[in-house]
Unconditional design. Structure first.
Length: 359
């Protein structure tokens, strides 16, 4: 089969696995599929491991935990209706859950490893396949990096429209509670209604972090989940639970953000507070500039370097002192009901990565 046919077949096969966090057996089945493909490649080194039920695979062309280049990708996806796991191919696109994010990229990685393994001498590359990026990456990439799987340069093949993402915002997720005192709604003076301090807090938060109406590179704080403890329309709630998603730039630190939230919501209780610093690489790093130059040479157009608002597993490499970027195919519908990846962009991604590994 041709390379496009291989990419379509592998991507479609991977889409059929409903590999969401709530279906660990499907994540395991997807890992089995990838492992079976890797085992058909002669004389490579395969390391499979698992932590807290999350499987990971690392394949290298040399017996090393420190290849020159590491490619990284995840085979877990966000939840979707079962029908979205039935792949379709139309108008040069592969359509289905995870096609863009990022099973198309995994297909590229598998074909690339297969073909690079036939070279002599072999390039010193490795590939990581992980099963928990969509829920934070703690037992996949973060664990692998902590266990010593390092590299001189990492490319996480997240979808970027063949642009190079060198920086991503940090993330903080807060679960909060405002206590109240229940009473009959006809006698509000006998209780304490937590909805009012919540409303005041949202306005205060918006004063600190004005909700943007267009794309901006600054810290944002977005209220998301809201649950009242009320049991009846004529009862003041005993508490109000809510969540805030904060995406922060270098202008803020997690302790400062927590302080600002507590100032906005008077009397708030912190139920949970999690954070993760973002991807941060020097765009002038020689490996990043080389990738940009190779991409431009292969595609014939300038290669943009840019910053992104959401996170990825690439951050674990830069946090450990290794340069890393996101670089992947073109598509649309990330986490939506109509997600697709462009087949030509998968071929282009293969072409650029092959050249990066061999030139």
């Amino acid at each position: 089969m041709s390379l496009p046919d291989d990419l379509i077949m592998l991507t479609s096969d991977l889409i059929r696995f409903q590999s969401t966090a709530h279906q660990p057996e499907q994540i395991a089945a997807a890992a089995d599929y990838i492992a079976a493909f890797l085992e058909t490649i002669p004389n490579i080194f395969i390391h499979r491991s698992e932590a807290q039920g999350v499987p990971s695979l690392v394949a290298t062309l040399h017996d090393t935990r420190h290849p020159t280049l590491m490619l990284n990708g995840h085979f877990d996806v966000v939840a979707a209706a079962p029908a979205l796991f039935a792949p379709r191919v139309a108008d040069g696109r592969i359509i289905g859950r995870g096609s863009q994010d990022m099973k198309g990229s995994l297909a590229v990685m598998l074909c690339l490893l297969r073909d690079l393994a036939q070279l002599e001498p072999r390039p010193n590359i490795g590939m990581q396949f992980v099963g928990d990026e969509e829920i934070g990456g703690k037992y996949g990439t973060e664990r692998l990096v902590a266990e010593g799987w390092h590299c001189d340069f990492c490319i996480t093949t997240e979808p970027t429209e063949l642009r190079i993402c060198y920086q991503q915002k940090g993330a903080m997720w807060l679960t909060l509670r405002l206590p109240g005192s229940p009473t009959h709604a006809s006698r509000p003076w006998d209780g304490r209604n937590p909805i009012y301090p919540y409303a005041e807090g949202v306005l205060a938060l918006a004063g600190q972090f004005p909700p943007p109406t267009h794309e901006v590179w600054r810290t944002t704080a977005t209220p998301t989940i809201l649950n009242s403890g009320g049991n009846s329309p004529n009862q003041v709630a005993s508490a109000l639970d809510f969540s805030i998603d904060i995406r922060y730039t270098d202008e803020h630190t997690p302790p400062k953000l927590l302080e600002l939230v507590q100032q906005a919501f008077v009397g708030v209780e912190i139920v949970t507070a999690k954070h993760s610093d973002g991807l941060s690489a020097d765009p002038e790093h020689p490996a990043i500039q080389r990738l940009a130059q190779i991409t431009q040479a292969r595609r014939g157009v300038p290669t943009p370097l840019y910053r992104e608002h959401y996170g990825s597993d690439a951050r674990f490499f830069t946090q450990a002192g290794m340069p890393a970027v996101c670089f992947g195919p073109t598509g649309t519908g990330l986490h939506s009901d109509y997600e697709w990846v462009e087949v030509d962009s998968l071929v282009a991604l293969y072409d650029v990565l092959y050249a990066t590994c061999t030139e």
